[in-house]
Design a protein around this ligand. Sequence first.
Ligand code: ATR
Length: 279
Amino acid sequence: MQNAGFAALGLNWKYLACDVRPRELQSALDGAKQMGFLGLNLTVPHKLLAVEMMDVLDKSAHLWGAVNTVRFEARNPQGRWTPLGLLADDPPGKIRTHGFNTDADGLALALQEDLGFDPAGTRVLVLGAGGGAGQVAAKRLARDGAAELFLVNRTASKVRKLAKEIGRRCPRTRVTVGFPEGRVDLLLNATSLGLRLNDPLPLDEEKFQIEQAAAVFDMIYRPTETPLLKLARQRGCKSANGLDMLLWQGAKALEIWTGKAAPVAAMRKALQRELSVKN
Ligand code: ATR
């Protein structure tokens, strides 16, 4: 997806995947800096660890408490911090790390595009709200004006803390730990259940019937139809997988590194091609 995006913009850049152990994250960041990397993405479990390691944090990383996009920057000849990707020459001075988070934007754009979903005034059930992705989702939905959030997590203590934090930051959103009575506008799965072939449903159907949800969004994109999404389709709910969330968080990251509008169509095509090969 990123390589297709760079090619569409005519950039001679390359995106690589590297496995890094959590305890070596700082060395890996330093190494990338030394090797002239322009930026990077981080995934689980580095997103939380990286917050403490950045020289500067963007508002998005502060807000969502996690970093998934890093941009290396140096001072331009006028002394202004500038993305390395936009500097013509090798920077003579210090290089700094600037941490961003594009996951929340990715989710909001995907919900809008795939389900026509606008969080303002809605009731939403979040499954796996205590995980990294679930916490960002719940906070973003609250900030975007959700009226009621129902937070469910295998380890309930994780969501009790989150519910308090959202209550403090977004007092207009009613936050409940547990399943709702009645209908919701959106059921969002942020658990990892559905990734593996024989995973059980992430939803306890004795506590909540899926047809009580107008729409179902599963953050998982591989397989393209999880058992939860299959059930949603069979019961007539609108549904979408996490592919567009992946796409949009990547598109936003590309914009952060390049300073250019993301060539979303080319990125989407590459992503779909790659996933159809691996599915
Ligand atoms: P990420 O950061 O990608 O969200 P994560 O932090 O590992 O990944 O979170 C995964 C989510 O799936 C968590 O909500 C986790 O529940 P716990 O907080 O109790 O660990 C949930 N999850 C994982 N396996 C599960 C299972 N077998 N049953 C129910 N929930 C599960």
